[in-house]
Design a binder for this molecule. Structure first.
Ligand SMILES: [Zn+2]
Length: 166
């Protein structure tokens, strides 16, 4: 399992809902969590590992605090409140950071890996990460939300990175 890197077309493929949660789906969640910890990220969506389904894994804890994974299958935001601007990064867009406007609080309905319905309320960073991961389901990337200038700067940086490597 590898994390797709921008501009991989897989990142733009729309993700389908999971209609049955079985062993294969639970395995996917486990492997995504492993990948998340390995990459030292705080959120990862299935489209980022080339699987176009609506599954996301999150963990806001730092290693010192231990693990506190949250797995969201078919998450839907049912309520939003407030506004917040956060400087976000993305595991699929290495070296890119951008201030993005989000809802400050979101209420989310989803299923967990056991297939049970769960409801969570996320505020601040948790709300930001949830909205970021859900955007991936619709092929919405941080870099495409940023201004053209910022995007062009990054594309130039990418080219230079490739040049220096070869
Ligand atoms: Zn991302």
């Amino acid at each position: 399992m590898n994390i797709l890197i921008y501009p991989d077309p897989g990142l733009y493929r729309p993700a389908l809902p999971v209609d049955r949660i079985g062993p294969a789906e639970r395995k996917l969640c486990e492997r995504m969590l492993e990948k998340l910890y390995q990459a030292r990220g705080i959120g990862l969506s299935a489209p980022q590992v080339g699987v176009s389904v609506r599954v996301a894994v999150l963990d806001l804890n730092t290693p010192e605090l231990g693990r506190n994974p949250l797995v969201l299958i078919n998450p839907v935001i049912t309520h939003r409140e407030g506004e917040i601007i956060w400087e976000e990064g993305c595991l699929s867009i290495p070296g890119f950071r951008s201030e993005t406007k989000r809802s400050e609080e979101v209420r989310v309905r989803a299923q967990n890996p056991e297939g049970r319905e769960i409801e969570i309320v996320g505020r601040n960073l948790l709300a930001v990460v949830i909205q970021h991961e859900l955007d991936h389901f619709d092929g919405k990337l941080l870099i495409d939300r940023a201004g053209r200038l910022k995007k062009n700067l990054y594309l130039r940086k990418l080219k230079k990175m490739h040049r220096d490597r070869s």
